[in-house]
Design a protein around this ligand. Sequence first.
Ligand code: IMP
Ligand code: MG
Length: 173
Amino acid sequence: MKILIEKNKIDDTVKNLGTRISRDYADKNPVMVGVLKGAFMFMADLLRSIDIPCEVDFLSIQSYNGKSSSGVVRLLSDLTVDITGRHVILVEDIIDTGRTVTYILENLHTRKPESLAVCTLLDKQEARQVDIGLQYVGFTIPDVFVVGYGLDYDQNYRHLNYIGVLDGSESTA
Ligand code: IMP
Ligand code: MG
């Protein structure tokens, strides 16, 4: 495993994102919507850096098999909060082609939120196939497959407290 982003760097960046969101959404009581499973760790740390009232919810989608984009996105479990008229911040682990987030945004739009923003920890800008506006980006990274800090390769490596690139030396045993 090659380390791409160390824990300390992640911590600093997540704190900064939390500070920006707290400033931008003061008095708006936003709904923070995490996309499972990948965003669970980012979401937990981001929330601890937010010092304004907010609500927390999750939705679960499936968009990937192994390392290649299937292009097919499925909603596995939906929100429990009604977001109509609310300020919503979608919290994602990574934006790659942009297909997944586009599907989610279109879905959430139909519920008529007051506003809808995206906060992603990682942005693989070079891999983008669909144009989308990202309001909060932690790190722009090259088009390599990364794991850790919530991100998986076939459900492994989510627990790592850093972002790494698989280099073939790993064993999942
Ligand atoms: P997109 O639809 O191509 O933007 O893919 C976004 C989703 O694919 C993310 O939410 C991740 O679940 C997954 N994904 C994309 N790139 C990576 C990666 O490098 N490592 C792990 N998962 C990834
Ligand atoms: Mg994801």
